[in-house]
Design a protein around this ligand. Structure first.
Ligand code: GLP
Length: 246
């Protein structure tokens, strides 16, 4: 199969459908490995997974997770670290053991970056690879933080954040000057190795980049376009994000 587009009647319907898929995966395979994303888009998905845990007994006790990315250089107490984001929205509200959670570190000495990234790739391999990868999409077309120019076979590494990405993050940091300039991100190759991928994009602000990712030729200038070549990639859209597809 090739890439599939799911046009949902609204965001919440899309969220429920993706959450149901994840729940089914975990019930069939309690040791499932999930790839997780940050940003505003997956917040309602995490809310729904928490509801499934609390109200329908969905257990994450044996699940392993790998997050896509993390800002470099933030203090551990900074509210915008993806570590804190994930704990706030998901990990502190479900029964996943701390040892099963994997995220790139925000605080790394220059000399440790390469080995940290290699260890992250190894940990994904040792866990058996990612069964289900959740993605959002940035205005530059990035998945994770794979900014324009990221090769299809790139692996976990340090990336210099694009000016547009930093601008988009500025409100959360109060000021552009406070937005980190670098991040650690899984590579496009790391992401494309996942067995199944669900990219979520909602709202009009995503319409143009969704069109470029889906309707233009595959290019390293829009890393989400690499998903066109993945056998199990699914775009979950609402009418607004799908509005430029024609
Ligand atoms: C950040 C994250 C991406 C995310 C993107 C879009 O750059 N690293 O993983 O997809 O933002 O965020 P939002 O969902 O808030 O539009």
């Amino acid at each position: 199969m090739s890439l599939q587009i799911h046009l949902h009647s609204c965001r919440d319907v899309a969220i429920r459908s993706v959450a149901r898929e994840i729940a089914t995966l975990i019930r069939n395979k309690p040791h499932a490995v999930l790839g997780l994303a940050t940003g505003a888009t997956p917040i309602p998905l995490y809310r729904e997974l928490v509801r499934l845990h609390r109200e329908e007994g969905l257990s994450f006790r044996q699940v392993t997770t790998f997050n896509l990315d993390e800002y470099l250089g933030l203090e551990p107490t900074h509210p915008e670290t993806y570590w804190n984001f994930m704990h706030r929205h998901l990990f502190d509200r479900i029964d996943i053991p701390a040892a099963n959670i994997h995220m790139p570190h925000a605080q790394l000495a220059e000399a440790d970056i390469l080995s940290h990234c290699e260890a992250y790739e190894d940990a994904i391999r040792v866990a058996g690879g990612i069964d289900y990868q959740i993605l959002g999409i940035g205005r530059t077309g990035h998945i994770g933080f794979n900014e324009p120019g990221s090769p299809a076979d790139s692996i976990t590494r340090r990336i210099h954040l694009d000016a547009i990405t930093r601008q988009d993050a500025a409100p959360a940091f109060g000021d552009l000057a406070h937005v980190p300039k670098h991040a650690i991100t899984m590579g496009c190759g790391t992401i494309l190795a996942a067995r199944k991928i669900a990219l979520l994009a909602f709202g009009e602000s995503k319409a143009d980049i969704v069109r470029r990712a889906l309707r233009e030729p595959v290019t390293d200038q829009v890393s989400a376009s690499f998903l066109q070549n993945h056998p199990e990639a699914h775009f979950h859209l609402d009418p607004a994000s799908a509005s430029a597809l024609g």
